[in-house]
Design a protein around this ligand. Sequence first.
Ligand SMILES: Nc1ncnc2c1ncn2[C@@H]1O[C@H](COP(=O)(O)OP(=O)(O)OP(=O)(O)O)[C@@H](O)[C@H]1O
Length: 251
Amino acid sequence: MNTKMDIKNLNLWYGEKHALKNTNLTIQEHKITAFIGPSGCGKSTFLKTLNRMQDFNEGVRIEGKVTLDDEDIFDPKVDTTLLRKKVGMVFQQPNPFPMSIYDNIAYGPRIHGIKAKDQLDQIVEESLKQAALWDEVKDTLKKSALGLSGGQQQRLCIARCLAVHPEVILLDEPTSALDPISTLKIEELLVQLKDHYTIVIVTHNMQQASRIADYTAFFLQGEIIEYGETEKIFSFPSDKRTEDYITGRFG
Ligand SMILES: Nc1ncnc2c1ncn2[C@@H]1O[C@H](COP(=O)(O)OP(=O)(O)OP(=O)(O)O)[C@@H](O)[C@H]1O
């Protein structure tokens, strides 16, 4: 088992608000890691720190160390565009660009310098196939992505993320805006994708975490209370607060 990302003594402040308190975690390669915990406990904050999305946030102060394949992601020499290519992100609300399905997928590769049509065609097809969307859209690639259903749009966003060949995929409650069937499709997809990618998912859905995650971290008020194999966290939590949360006593 390989550690893909290692987070050590990570603290984050939004102005005066201490949102992450000395958090430590390892993210294992080719596994799905889920973050669970009540609203406002710091899951999204932690997730966004992993590809330096917090750099966009004024007034944020970060201390601690995060490595990707043993390289410090906060090193001033790090090219953040390249980091975000390696560590891609999918958000809660499907957010396709207002352009064609094809152009949505080709957008990232084009930014990274790929211009040849046959090469872009191949990336578009490959990414849509990997995101289990190809069969549904292969005849309408030139149509607007905004015409797709919510579930299709979210798979498009996953395909768009895959098109730049990331190593880690961060997903922030990717199914919370979707119906149960689309949700299951995305879950199946993530389980397939973990053979090739390392996946980190924030979810409010405890069944979802127990269905798909290999590892689960329980967050509470900016701290990681417990982290381990999902089965263990859900069957024999070591901390009373974890037990109270997963049995629905709060949150
Ligand atoms: N940009 C920001 N500026 C100031 N405070 C923020 C900002 N973003 C988040 N916070 C605060 O930091 C804390 C953690 O928020 P975060 O969004 O990480 O929690 P979460 O566990 O992901 O919540 P949810 O499950 O509701 O999405 C909360 O108290 C929130 O109000």
